[in-house]
Design a protein around this ligand. Structure first.
Ligand code: H2U
Length: 358
C-alpha cells in the first residue's frame, strides 16, 4: 500500500520523538517488538537472600575492605566510599591553552548509603516508614553536601545487569565541584524554556500529561509517575511533583510521605511486571547547589528510573551499535510501556498472599 495514504499509527510506524529537556531525538520503532531473539539471556534475578551475611561489607557489624567495621545500624547508614571516584585533596591538572586538550579540576566526595539494615529488603519490600527514613537521609545528605558542592548526585544501581556490585539495598551519593554534563544540559534547556514561556518546562509538561493520561503509570496527591513521551529505556519512568518544588531539600512533610508511597508503588509494579527483582539505575535531579546559587525558577525537582529489561526477566535492551553511533532507539512505544506498568498490581507478587502490605 502507498505509505502516503496510510494513516500514521504510533504503535506500528517508526517515528522520531523530541526530548525537550535534553534537546535530543529518539527513534521509536514499535514494529521491531515482533523480531525473534536469539541473543544473550540474562540470568533470573530473584536469588533468595538472607537478612544478614557476615561476608557482605554493607551489612551491619561487618568489616569493610578498608578494615573499618560497620555499626549495628537499624535504619540507614552512610559512609565515605572506600574506593571513591573523587576525593578532596588531589593536585589540580595544569592549565593548558590548547582547546583540543582541555583538562579541568574535579574535586568531590563519594558516599555509599545503605537503605536498610536487612540485605533482603529492597525498596518495594520496605514499609512506607522505612522508605521515608531513606528520603529523610537523602535530604540530610543533600543539605550537608549541597552547602559545599555544585552538584550532588544521588543514584541507585540495582541488580547485576546495571553493574551493581552488591545485592544489599544501597545507593551512592557523588558530590562534585563541577556541574556534570546531563544536569547541565537540562539546566540550559529548562532555562531557555522558562525565558520563552515564563513557566517551568516540567510544570507545563506535567499539566499536559495529566490531560492526555496515556503515559501515566500511578499517582497520589503529591506525585505523578509517568513514562516520558521521549523515554529511551523500554520501561523508563519519571516522577514529578504536582506542586512545583526545585530541590529535594525543599519537600514538605506531605510531599515526603507521598513520595515514599509512590516509590513503593512504582518499584512494586516494576518487580511484578516480569516477576523478578527489577534491575534499574535511578536517581534525582533538582536545581544545582553550592555556595554560589543562581536563580533556579526554571527547575523542577524530579526522579528518573532507567531499567534495562525489554521483554522478560531475561531479555534486555542493549544500547549498542546505532545508539552509540547515531542516536537512541526504542521498540515498544512509551504509551504501551505505561499501560503495561499501569496494569500491574500495587501489591508485590512475593507478598500477595501475606498480610505484610503496610
Ligand atoms: P555499587 O554496587 O553500585 O557498585 O555500589 C557499592 C559501592 O560500595 C561501590 O562503589 C563501595 C564500592 O566502592 N564499597 C565500599 O566502599 N567498601 C566496601 O567494603 C565494599 C563496597
Amino acid at each position: 500500500m502507498d505509505a502516503t495514504i496510510m494513516e500514521f499509527k504510533a504503535t506500528e510506524h517508526q517515528h522520531l520523538r523530541y526530548n525537550p529537556l535534553m534537546g535530543e531525538w529518539v527513534l521509536v520503532s514499535p514494529h521491531r517488538m515482533n523480531r525473534p531473539w536469539a541473543g544473550q539471556l540474562e540470568s533470573e534475578s530473584f536469588e533468595t537472600l538472607p537478612e544478614w551475611d557476615p561476608k557482605n561489607p554493607l551489612c551491619p557489624g561487618v568489616r569493610r575492605s578498608n578494615g573499618e567495621v560497620n555499626p549495628n545500624y537499624e535504619s540507614t547508614f552512610v559512609f565515605t566510599n572506600d574506593f571513591p571516584a573523587m576525593m578532596e585533596d588531589v593536585p589540580e591538572p595544569p592549565e593548558g591553552n590548547d582547546e583540543l586538550f582541555c583538562m579541568a579540576p574535579a574535586r568531590g566526595t563519594c558516599r555509599v548509603m545503605c537503605l536498610h539494615p536487612k540485605l533482603n529488603k529492597s525498596i518495594p519490600l520496605m514499609n512506607c516508614d522505612e522508605i521515608e527514613a531513606v528520603i529523610d537521609r537523602w535530604i540530610e545528605e543533600m543539605k550537608t553536601l549541597g552547602a559545599h558542592y555544585k552538584w550532588v548526585q544521588i543514584f541507585e544501581n540495582k541488580g547485576q545487569m546495571m553493574g551493581c556490585s552488591n545485592p544489599h539495598p544501597h545507593c551512592q551519593i557523588w558530590a562534585s565541584s563541577f556541574f556534570p554534563n546531563e544536569p547541565k544540559i537540562k539546566d540550559e534547556f529548562q532555562r531557555n524554556y522558562f525565558l520563552k514561556h515564563g513557566q517551568a518546562l516540567l510544570s507545563d509538561y506535567l499539566e499536559k500529561e495529566l490531560n492526555k493520561k496515556e503515559r501515566l503509570v500511578c499517582s497520589n496527591e503529591d506525585w505523578v509517575c509517568l513514562v516520558p513521551f521521549w523515554a529511551v529505556w523500554p520501561f523508563e519512568t519519571m516522577i514529578l511533583p504536582r506542586r512545583k518544588v526545585t530541590r529535594m531539600q525543599d519537600l514538605d512533610a506531605s510531599q515526603k510521605r507521598h513520595l515514599a508511597f509512590i516509590l513503593r508503588v512504582i518499584t512494586t509494579k516494576y518487580d511484578n511486571l516480569f516477576k523478578t527483582s527489577f534491575p534499574y539505575s535511578m536517581g534525582w535531579h533538582g536545581a544545582p547547589t553550592g555556595p554560589e546559587q543562581s536563580e533556579d525558577e526554571h527547575w523542577v525537582f524530579h526522579g528518573m528510573y532507567f531499567p534495562p529489561l525489554l521483554r522478560s526477566a531475561t531479555v534486555r535492551k542493549f544500547m549498542v551499535g546505532y545508539e552509540m553511533l547515531a542516536q537512541a532507539q526504542r521498540d515498544l512505544t512509551p504509551e504501551q510501556a505505561a499501560r503495561l506498568l499501569r496494569d500491574q498490581p500495587e501489591i508485590h507478587y512475593t507478598l500477595a498472599n501475606s498480610k505484610d502490605h503496610s
